[in-house]
Design a protein around this ligand. Structure first.
Ligand code: ADP
Length: 523
């Protein structure tokens, strides 16, 4: 077998709570690539989450770089692979998180403002009051929300003394985490991002494929601080590792990376990632379409200059997090994996429905005042029923997103490719197939985010020539065929939706709660 000296791909997976480095061996098995990639090493390091005020979330941008370079070296050390055996690096990252730094010193002017941070909700409300909603939606594919980078950049320019002037003079640079890492890994030589990350900033026009001057003007953000935007598979520059120069050959936002890692290259192909939340993405090819059901339209890793490719994305806020809740708050299980065992101890949920609307409900229900509840308790309801109902809630929510995306696109979903931590749960995956009445397909490599970045890097540096070759790399772990009777499925869904209805509007908006308290005092 021909053993290339540069046979490895190093994926840097910069997530919200940890940085990971995954080393993939591209030459395994039969040498024809059919047996797929092999993971040669994984190194992971968590970093600090800062919560300076209620609703605020920040990261130390230096700590992000430090943890990422540390795991990179550790993965090499632990595998015994030397840097000169690495063909390329691929980057995948938490999206939307915002860093602004000084072009000369390379120092951030403030902590990174994380996607979860709600500090710019008032700016979003004022953009909506200014009548920007339709324009933003039609041109960025997003809803105006604090989640995206745009208002975070504005907040930094408004709140860090002198920042706006320095930005206008070209002294400050903005980047999402991919851009920040590339800047640092190339020694400050490259200021660039890819289409997928740009499409999550709410500053990028996904129809013209350029930064949107109208939105920049509205927010007072100078264009000169924005990175160049290039395809996800691209030679961004090189980084020096153990004396070797290694090309950085891809950068891609985490969910689009997972879609690519699942080999969903054709229009209509779908994957669902079961992590803390669930992210369902459908490849829409070159068709730009806005959702009527609360999905977002965003760019895929296949986008090229002047040739956008779109995905439709629906998210569930609480996915695997409901299992963490069973473990950490209720103490019903001691590990996430144990949930599978307890759920299987009972033949059904005993009428129990868990609606984990802990932070409201996302697509397609969109109710920020909904709160979680458990319904259908009887004297016989026990721990096993509760655990089972909690797992089922992940599948019910995903089914609601599948229905919404199908209604929006008119594209029937025949099979669902799954990945993410909770996709390891066989009970959950079988129930998902049953409740969807669709086949659920789980790949052997569930690290699809890192895999997507590695595939893109490998395509860019010539390890593979086409996505067809990549598709052949994709290997199956297990298929879950639907096995539930229609009546049973309909009854379960009916009960689930009754639960969802009862959770709606539970949390009173702050104003009416204050009024109620006032009224109680005067009574
Ligand atoms: P993230 O990338 O969002 O941190 P991961 O893909 O690492 O998420 O998945 C972690 C989530 O999956 C956690 O919320 C955890 O509770 C859940 N999880 C992990 N293993 C299992 C399992 N066997 N059964 C159910 N849930 C699981």
């Amino acid at each position: 077998m021909d053993r290339s000296p540069r046979r490895y791909l190093l994926a840097l997976d910069q997530g919200t709570t940890s940085s990971r480095a995954i080393l993939f061996d591209t030459q395994t098995g039969d040498g024809g690539g059919r047996s797929g990639l092999r993971i040669a090493a994984v190194a992971q390091k968590e970093f600090t989450q800062f919560y300076p005020q209620a609703g605020y979330v920040e990261h130390d941008a230096e700590e992000i770089v430090g943890s990422q370079t540390e795991v990179m070296s550790r993965a090499l050390r632990e595998s015994g692979v030397s840097a000169c055996e690495i063909a390329a690096i691929g980057i995948t990252n938490q999206r939307e998180t915002t860093v602004v730094w000084d072009r000369k010193t390379g120092r951030p002017i403030y902590n990174a403002i994380v996607w979860q941070c709600r500090r710019t909700a008032p700016q979003c409300e004022s953009m909506i009051a200014d009548g920007c909603e339709k324009y933003v939606r039609d041109n960025t594919g997003l809803r105006i929300d604090a989640y995206f980078s745009a208002t975070k950049v504005k907040w930094l320019l408004d709140n860090i003394p002198g920042a706006r002037d320095r930005a206008r003079n070209g002294e400050l640079l903005f980047g999402t985490v991919d851009t920040w890492l590339i800047w640092r890994l190339t020694g400050g030589k490259v200021h660039a991002t890819d289409y997928t990350n740009a499409s999550r900033t709410m500053l990028f026009n996904i129809r013209t494929m350029d930064w949107d001057d109208n939105i920049l003007y509205e927010l007072g953000i100078p264009r000169c601080m924005l990175p160049e935007v290039v395809p996800s598979g691209h030679i961004f520059g090189t980084t020096r590792l153990e004396g070797a120069d290694i090309p950085i050959a891809s950068a891609v936002g985490d969910q689009q990376a997972a879609l690519f890692g699942q080999a969903c290259f054709e229009k209509g192909e779908v994957k669902n990632t079961y992590g803390t939340g669930c992210f369902l993405l459908m490849n829409m090819g070159d068709e730009f379409r806005l959702s009527r059901q609360g999905m977002l339209t965003t760019l895929s890793a296949g986008s090229r200059p002047g040739k956008p490719e779109y995905v439709m994305e629906g998210s569930v806020f609480v996915g695997g997090a409901v299992v963490q809740w069973l473990r950490d708050e209720l103490g019903l299980i001691s590990s996430a994996a144990e949930s599978e065992y307890f759920a299987a101890q009972v033949p059904d949920n005993g009428g129990v429905v868990v609606v984990p609307a802990f932070t409201g409900l996302g697509a397609p229900h969109w109710d920020m005042y909904a709160r979680g509840a458990v319904f259908g308790l009887t004297r016989g309801a026990g721990k096993n029923h509760l655990v089972r109902a909690a797992l089922e809630s992940i599948a019910f929510q995903s089914r609601d997103v599948v229905d919404a995306i199908t209604a929006d696109t008119g594209i029937p979903i025949r099979t669902l490719k799954v990945d993410g931590g909770a996709s390891a749960n066989n009970f959950l995956m079988q129930f998902q197939a049953d409740i969807l009445n669709r086949e659920v397909i789980r790949p052997s490599i569930r690290e699809t985010t890192a895999l997507g970045a590695a595939y893109l890097a490998g395509l860019t540096c010539g390890i593979w020539e086409s996505t067809d070759q990549i598709r052949r790399q994709w290997t199956l772990d297990r298929r879950f065929a639907p096995a539930m009777e229609k009546e049973a499925r309909t009854a379960l869904l009916h009960r689930w939706h009754r639960g969802v209805e009862r959770c709606r509007g539970w949390q009173e908006p702050a104003v009416s709660a204050a009024k109620a308290a006032e009224a109680a005092q005067t009574d």
